[in-house]
Each structure stands twice: as structure tokens, then as C-alpha cells.
Write a protein that binds this ligand. Structure first.
Ligand code: ZN
Length: 463
């Protein structure tokens, strides 16, 4: 972080140097034993906007270290110390931070990335967000969820995604990757960026200007594809958005026709064809119903002989806090163990699921120490568990612990299984048991999940 710019810095080096102040701002601590981290001055709270405590300095000393807040024997935060020094908001945030099982030193991580590694992409996003905030504009990330729900043919949706991510194979985008690629617009010779070829080029203008969408296109001038898209999302109806996307797709198709010497359309024809195609598609959808094929419902399946299956789930509670649920069944579908717990800590979904697995591992160890397959319906977490390598953030602390415990046991593994097969655990995670206590059912199941158990075993309740 101390290097200076030389006389002929490379492009990449210049970008890194430009990001230097930003990197400093984005670096924070992941608490290990808390001995290096200063309570009041350092960035160490992942869910706080600037990663710092908000409470004013209280009776802990000015140079107090986070270690003073931790009870390492019980691996918990000292609630009396938290109570005496922090407001409820800070206390809630601090309680979300896991304390590693084995004492380890504090680590500096990149705060804005889910995995804690600095990447140009997350750095760029923060930079852009800050730039826009500085200009007084609101930063709106592209609402992909809404875009995926638009009634558009799949190939047009893929186009939309490529356009919004700025990866259409235009001259400019190709020349970033291929040195010899020509980055000139086939119509006017200017640099062919996405914005140029689909909107700003005179050729494109002749297509869209006379059309009903002309104003929307004109308003996009000077904006990057992403900004323009955000703009449109915030401003127009889904129907209009479909029309714009369809028009862009037709302009892009026509550009390719010209480029590859395919039969061309008349310029004044392109927008009309786009509109007609969209109408046709809508009509088709209306007649045939949604084009989506219903997914086969995922069901619970009995484990193999001599294996237990542990279904685990976590659930965000309406009253605040997190519910954990566990149902362990044998090869006949009989319940060996069921458990529920409610905790006041609000975790992010992945973190909650990870804590649920950790909790389940301890219960299995005590009450059913047999070969077990753990099933969770949190795909992203299972992917992180499967992947080699460390995760730098707080989630990494728990992921590491799950991996360690499973490898110590040697007979426990995990896999992702869809929500339809995890209903029993889901029910358990919503049981209103006492706070911060694990409620156990050994050998016979709680009556309130009997119908789920029955359904899982195709209508017969195993005894
Ligand atoms: Zn051009």
C-alpha cells in the first residue's frame, strides 16, 4: 500500500493506484482473538455501514481492544460489557459476529466483497456508488430479479443480461480481449461500444428516432448501458421495458446482419418488426400459458441402509431473531432425533444456515453419533462448503468449523437438497420453544410435524 506511481505506469497498475484510498477505506478486521482490534477506532463490525461502532465512547478505555469483550472460554460476547458500552443496534451487530473455535489472530479483509477478497469488480461498484452519491444521485443497482420476470423470449432475456452486463461482442468489447480485433463501428468508424452501436451511432438513430420509443432512447444519451438500464427500470412499466429491450435486440440483430453480410432489413422496418415480434410472443404466451416448464417437485428421500439423514434449516423469525430446526431420520424414515432452538441473534440467511449446521453437528455428536448425511436447502452455503479454500469473512469462521468437525468425525457429509425435501426441518425451525435453549425430541417425533413426516414417507407414518 506504500508504493508510488513510477514514470510509465501500466494501465492495471494505474487502476490499482487509483483505488488505493478506496482499498484503505474498504479494509476491515475480521475478529479472531480481538487483540489487535481497537473497539472505538477500528473497522470490525461487518454489518455496520462504515464497519465501526456507532455508540460514543463509554466506560471502556479509549484504547480498549475487542479482546476485552470476548469470553474465550464460552466463545461468546460478554453481555454485561456489551450492555454497559453499546447501544442496542451495536449490540445486535456485535452479537452476529462469530468467535472462532480455536483462538486465532485477527485478519484484515476486504469489507465489501462477500468472500472478503478485494476484487476490481467490488471495488469498482463501491467507487461508482460513491461517485454517484457524491453527485447527489441515488445509486440503484440493476434489478435483475425484475428483469428475469419480464415476459420475453429466453434468447432475448439472455441478450438483455449480456447488454446489462456490458459483454455483448461489440468491437470495443472484443478488442479488450483480442488484441487484433477491430474496435470500429461498421457504419461510421467510431469506437463501437454497446452504447454506440445500439443507441448513439447515426445508423442506430435513424432506426429508433422516428419510432414511438424515440424519446426513451434519446434520454439515454451519454449514459452507460448499466446506468440507462437502471434509469429505465426506475421509470417505465414492464411492458415498455419489454418494448425497449426487444427494439435493442432487433437493432443488435440487424447490426449482425450487416456485419456478416446477411440479408438486411430496411432501417424503417426494424422497430416495426421488433414490435410485431413482441406481440406475437405475447399472444403465444397468452394462448399456451407461461412458457416455463414446472419444475419437478423435490421430495424427501430415505437414506441408504445404516445411514442417518439429518435435515437442517434456519428461519428468520417474525418476532426477530433466528429459528433453527433439525430432524434426523433413519433408513425407514423413523425419527431418531428432532430439535428446535430460537436465538435472538439476527443472522444473514447464509450465516443462519451455517449456524444451524454447526448446531446440528453438536447434537448429532451427543445424541446420534452414527454415519450421517446432512441436507440443507441453502445452495450457496453448500457450494461454499464444497469449494476448496478459505473464506475470509465471518462466514468463513463457521464454514471452517463445519469442515473441521466433519473431517474429525469422518462419517458425516453434507449436500444440497431442495426445499421440498426439507419441510420437516423447516417446521422445526419455526417452533415456539424457549429462547436460547435447545428443545429435544429423542426417539419419537413431535406431533406437530407428523403430517410432514407422513408425506415424506408417501403417506405411511413409519413406527
Ligand atoms: Zn457508428
Amino acid at each position: 500500500m506504500e508504493a508510488e506511481l513510477g514514470s510509465n505506469p501500466s494501465y492495471i497498475w494505474r487502476s490499482i493506484m487509483a483505488a488505493k484510498p478506496l482499498m484503505k477505506e474498504g479494509l476491515r478486521w475480521r475478529v479472531g482473538n480481538g487483540e489487535q482490534v481497537r473497539v472505538w477506532w477500528d473497522k470490525w463490525i461487518p454489518s455496520s455501514p462504515n464497519f465501526q461502532v456507532e455508540s460514543p465512547v463509554a466506560n471502556l478505555g479509549l484504547q480498549a481492544k475487542v479482546a476485552e469483550l470476548i469470553d474465550h472460554n464460552t466463545r461468546s460476547w460478554k453481555s454485561n460489557v456489551l450492555q454497559a458500552n453499546f447501544n442496542p443496534q451495536d449490540r445486535r451487530r456485535i452479537n452476529q459476529i462469530p468467535i472462532p473455535r480455536v483462538q486465532e489472530s485477527d485478519v484484515r479483509v476486504w469489507g465489501w466483497d462477500k468472500l472478503g477478497n478485494y476484487s476490481v469488480k467490488s471495488g469498482y461498484h463501491v467507487w461508482r456508488k460513491k461517485k454517484l452519491e457524491g453527485l447527489g444521485e441515488r445509486y440503484i443497482p440493476v434489478d435483475w430479479k425484475r428483469l428475469w420476470q419480464l415476459q420475453l423470449p429466453p434468447k432475448v432475456r439472455v441478450f438483455l443480461w449480456k447488454w446489462g452486463s456490458n459483454i455483448l461482442p461489440t468491437g470495443a468489447n472484443l478488442s479488450k480481449r483480442i488484441r487484433e480485433a477491430c474496435d470500429e463501428c461498421p457504419f461510421c468508424g467510431l469506437r463501437e461500444t454497446q452504447e454506440h452501436i445500439l443507441r448513439d451511432c447515426d445508423w442506430a438513430g435513424r432506426i429508433w428516432r422516428p419510432s414511438a420509443l424515440g424519446t426513451l432512447f434519446a434520454e439515454g444519451a451519454e449514459k452507460s448501458s448499466e446506468e440507462w438500464l437502471c434509469d429505465l427500470i426506475g421509470k417505465v412499466s414492464d411492458d415498455e421495458l419489454c418494448s425497449v429491450v426487444m427494439a435493442l435486440w432487433f437493432i443488435w440483430k440487424e447490426r449482425n446482419n450487416q456485419y456478416f453480410n446477411n440479408p438486411k432489413m430496411e432501417e424503417n422496418e426494424v422497430m416495426a418488426r421488433a414490435e410485431a415480434y413482441l406481440d406475437e410472443f405475447r399472444l403465444g404466451v397468452a394462448v399456451e400459458g407461461p412458457a416455463r416448464v414446472p419444475r419437478r417437485e423435490v421430495r424427501w428421500e430415505k437414506p441408504e441402509r445404516n445411514l442417518l439423514k439429518a435435515n437442517v434449516d434456519a428461519s428468520k423469525l417474525k418476532e426477530g431473531g433466528t429459528g433453527l430446526g433439525l430432524v434426523v431420520r433413519d433408513e425407514e424414515g423413523r425419527v431418531a432425533l428432532a430439535a428446535a432452538r430460537r436465538t435472538r441473534v439476527d443472522w444473514e440467511p447464509e450465516m443462519a444456515e451455517a449456524h444451524a449446521i454447526l448446531w446440528a453437528l453438536d447434537l448429532l455428536q451427543t445424541h446420534a453419533p452414527r454415519p450421517t448425511l446432512i441436507e440443507s436447502d441453502c445452495k450457496s452455503l453448500i457450494q461454499k462448503l464444497d469449494r476448496q479454500g478459505n473464506i475470509e469473512t465471518e462466514l468463513g469462521v463457521i464454514v471452517k468449523e463445519i469442515r473441521e468437525k466433519c473431517s474429525e468425525r469422518g462419517d458425516v457429509c453434507w449436500r444440497f437438497w431442495g426445499r421440498g425435501g426439507n419441510a420437516a426441518a423447516h417446521e422445526m425451525a419455526r417452533v415456539k420453544c424457549r429462547w436460547e435453549e435447545t428443545e429435544l425430541w429423542l426417539g419419537s417425533p413431535p406431533i406437530f410435524i407428523l403430517n410432514v413426516l407422513e408425506r415424506d414417507c408417501n403417506g405411511t407414518l413409519p413406527v
